[in-house]
Design a binder for this molecule. Structure first.
Ligand code: SAM
Length: 232
């Protein structure tokens, strides 16, 4: 299953570069073999191999299998974490169904400019693996005060707060279907940040339980809760 970074339509499609190498040399595609393709625009298509080279493949794109899915309207706003942890976090956010990831720089964040190309590559791989037909958006990195200042009115901001809040699942079941989850960095939010978030009219402070979770675990747990609460 491959993401194609251009609009798909019936007809011949040459796959080269790393994807061609993957199909020809790693997957050892044979003529007649099927490949599922998606473009984040029109949905998922069936391709059938019509020629296989050493590092490239010709596919005959035949029929559209599925339209692009309607993605649940959930943003994950999260402080950038160290490499490895943030990679895992965006991969899981994609698998669990978020619409968009928003990196938010906070005072204790150890990284202030996450590598967007690497994060997008992880989200594409996760989408290929999990069957998504839409790649989550990756917003520009924003500082916490600007995030709060420019917040779109009416989008509930579930603020995951390890110092306490209403139980997450109950709050999410009552909250709107247009929402975001806010997760802090490894060192958490400081008191001033916490007060500013809590004072925001769209913020709801939630607890994810009595234990302090790693930021990446908290993100996956909160997104799972929201999806379950929305029946997704
Ligand atoms: N030091 C650990 C790490 O390296 O990841 C723990 C970090 S914890 C302070 C990071 C963030 O996860 C917090 O800012 C909060 O958003 C979220 N979090 C962790 N445990 C939580 C809980 N029990 N309830 C709500 N949010 C939680």
């Amino acid at each position: 299953r491959l993401f194609i970074d251009s609009p798909l339509a019936p007809g011949a499609l040459r796959i080269d570069g790393p994807q061609g190498h993957y199909l020809a040399a790693v997957m050892r595609l044979k003529i007649g073999d099927p490949v599922k393709l998606f473009d984040d625009i029109s949905g998922e298509w069936l391709g059938v191999a019509s020629a296989v080279g050493r590092r490239d493949v010709m596919l005959d794109v035949t029929e559209r299998l599925r339209a692009r899915e309607a993605v649940p309207d959930l943003w994950l706003c999260a402080a950038p974490l160290k490499k490895g942890r943030i990679d895992w976090m965006v991969e899981k956010a994609c698998e669990l169904g978020v619409a968009c990831v928003v990196p938010v720089v906070t005072r204790r964040a150890v990284v202030d400019r996450p590598k967007s190309e690497r994060l997008r590559a992880h989200m594409i791989e996760a989408a290929e693996q999990c069957g998504r037909t839409a790649i989550p958006g990756l917003a520009e990195t924003v500082k916490l005060p600007a995030l709060l200042r420019d917040w779109p009115a009416g989008r509930t901001l579930f603020f995951a707060d390890e110092t306490g809040g209403v139980p997450g699942f109950a709050a999410m079941r009552e909250g709107s279907a247009t929402a975001a989850i806010l997760i802090g960095p490894e060192g958490g939010f400081d008191d001033e940040e916490r007060a500013a978030i809590r004072a925001h009219p769209d913020a709801v402070g939630i607890s994810l339980g009595p234990r302090i979770l790693r930021a990446d675990t908290a993100a996956a747990a909160a997104v799972s809760l929201w999806m379950a609460a929305q029946g997704d």
